[in-house]
Write a protein that binds this ligand. Sequence first.
Ligand SMILES: [Zn+2]
Ligand SMILES: [Zn+2]
Ligand SMILES: [Zn+2]
Length: 197
Amino acid sequence: MAIQPGWGFCNQCFVMFYNGYSDKGVCLGGTLGHVMEGERFELPHDVPDNPHAQEEWRFCVKCSAMFFNGYEDKGHCAGGHGHDCGGSFNFVLPHDVPDNNGSQEGWFYCKWCKSMFFDGYHHDGRTGICPAHPGGHEGQGFNFVLPHYDASGDPPPVLPGQVEAPPGGFTGWGHAVEKPKEKRKDIFPSDPKRKPR
Ligand SMILES: [Zn+2]
Ligand SMILES: [Zn+2]
Ligand SMILES: [Zn+2]
């Protein structure tokens, strides 16, 4: 299965965003882009969809959030206008299945901005910052259950003399080390067979 690590929850705006670039996208909660907190998610892409996994979730090249690209209307992007999938992978995200130690439920499609956001703080009235709705994101439809790093069975690497993984969490991942000089198209290759949307 094709899986991309490097995804995480933004503790400012509550969206799922790709944290693998030095550019942290556009976040309405802070001028330096999204800020990751908690689990390090790794998300399946370019695999067959099924009744419990929805395709056409994409990385937005403008705001770095995960958004649903299945409609003509591309939602509202924190970077202005609609989201733009560029040459993103086609993520196929599981929903309405039991969660476990390696996954987290409570992720929803926002009906206003079309981003994926975490609705787990709904009970205390916190639903993040939505570019399209003053009251915050509002979930609709499937309850997505997203796999995180620990699902691989590999414990996060601990270097000698180090108690925890370094801040940012990516330096020990090998294949997911940040490469600031690398162009985006190298990580999100365009598929020539895929028609532009
Ligand atoms: Zn954010
Ligand atoms: Zn966007
Ligand atoms: Zn929203």
